[in-house]
Design a protein. Structure first.
Length: 266
């Protein structure tokens, strides 16, 4: 029996209400990272949001891969862009998994929300094309550390959710630290979220004060990459909206416990 797809009203990236757990490269405990199996594992433990990354293949397909090359994940001294999508499919990443395209992932998991980091400029247009072809604009968030890459993808996807690039985060953080809310609002105008580590270059980014400032600018705050449940608990107590984690299983168990105790759930 075919699965019933969620309505667009129910499937938006910013649903269900926060706080939410965002599965960083899927759940790679018993599966290679950023593979269809790792995404399936994350969804199986109850994740609704999957974080992933895209480069582009030799034949112009948006490929799910964090790294620009295959050395770490496959022991091959090749760049992703040196191989076609068909060749990348045949690379053994373990557990019967090869590289997959963004289109394949969006099609395989039609109810999942995807947090997509554009890792190279030449991946922006292919990623946007895959999202449009899958009718997935409402259930993805597109981002990049680089503002030009972020804009290149977002401009092709009217209405898509996006989070701040590094230059915008720096401006927004400056406004928060200087208590200049207009500066923070201007930096984050039109964005859905700020996705940041607790510290960046030795500087604390996430604190109750900065969370309040970002919330006042109308965006969610997602913190990466947090794997210790004690840190997750502290950040949730501070009011963050999302935890990006390699351990979606632990994060979801923590949220369930907080719900039972009546702690903040949104």
């Amino acid at each position: 029996m075919p699965r019933r797809r969620q309505s667009k009203e129910d499937a938006g990236y910013l649903s269900p209400a926060p706080p939410r757990i965002i599965a960083h490269r899927g759940l790679a405990l018993e599966a290679p990272e950023n593979t269809l199996l790792s995404f399936l594992k994350a969804l199986a433990v109850g994740a609704t949001h999957l974080e992933t990354d895209v480069h582009t293949s030799l034949d112009g397909v948006a490929v799910i891969s964090h790294d620009p090359d295959l050395s770490r994940v496959a022991g091959r001294q090749l760049r992703v862009g040196q191989l076609t999508m068909a060749e990348l499919h045949r690379i053994d990443l373990g557990d019967g998994q090869g590289f997959s395209s963004l289109a394949e992932a969006l099609d395989a998991f039609p109810d999942a929300r995807f947090n997509i980091d554009i890792k190279s400029m030449d991946a922006a247009a292919p990623a946007a094309e895959a999202i449009l072809q899958a009718d997935a604009v409402e259930r993805v968030l597109v981002t990049s550390f680089d503002e030009k890459r972020r804009r290149a993808a977002v401009d092709l996807l009217p209405g898509v959710a996006s989070s701040a690039s590094s230059p915008l985060i720096v401006r927004a953080l400056g406004g928060a630290r200087l208590r200049l809310p207009s500066l923070t609002r201007a930096a984050l105008d039109g964005l859905a979220a700020v996705q940041v580590p607790e510290r960046m270059n030795g500087i604390r980014v996430v604190s109750p004060r900065t969370i309040d400032a970002f919330h006042a600018a109308g965006v969610e705050v997602h913190v990466w990459t947090v794997n210790d449940p004690l840190d997750m608990e502290r950040l949730l107590d501070w009011g963050v909206d999302g935890i990006v984690t390699d351990r979606a299983d632990l994060g979801l168990a923590l949220l369930a416990g907080r719900t039972l105790r009546g702690d903040r759930t949104g």
